[in-house]
Design a binder for this molecule. Sequence first.
Ligand SMILES: [Zn+2]
Length: 230
Amino acid sequence: MKRLISEFVDLFYPRLCIICQRALMTNERHLCLHCLQQMPRTNYHTKADNPIEQLFWGKVEIESAYSYFFFLPEGNFRHFIHAIKYGGETDAARYMGARYAAELQAAGKFSDIDYIVPVPLHPKRLRQRGYNQSEKIACGISVILQKPVRTDILYRKYATETQTHKSVYERWKNMQGIFDTKNTDIPLYPHFLLVDDVITTGATLIACAQQLLQRYKTARISIVTLAVAP
Ligand SMILES: [Zn+2]
């Protein structure tokens, strides 16, 4: 009966694939099977010293870091990131976070994570947008890993302007002192999983990791993002 109703609803209000805009089948969620299969996956969790981890070398100590797919300027998958960032597709963000976490978990990754920490938005930006897309991704990961999302540990002190047209050095300089941490009930030797939507130079995540390590000196940090921009 439930299936019949959802097929009926789909007929009149078709749910569309975020990427190709085709009507979804009843059993598809947010993306059609075709687009899911075409996803430009990195498969970095199968490689030692993968390029995401290398972004942090010599800057901050990271246990492991993975990104689900490539954010290619000519690829359709950038529509997905745009939709979760600006288009209010929060369920899709959770769904993708959960999918990736399930794949990573099946590969034996992140078995000892204690807390999931999304990269925070500045409160002003959060009010404008209504949600933090990284927090939604983190919520999906949390369902699979069965570990709490903590938004009370790390916060953003300053809103940053768009970094798109800045050089790597300028981005890096610009991120210094942007984030800070709060003193919480975290016990010794925590393993934090930092979550962001897209990683580009790594400057944002480096700044977050440095702040966490300054406050929680015995912490270990891992990183996961949905996409990586080359
Ligand atoms: Zn599609």
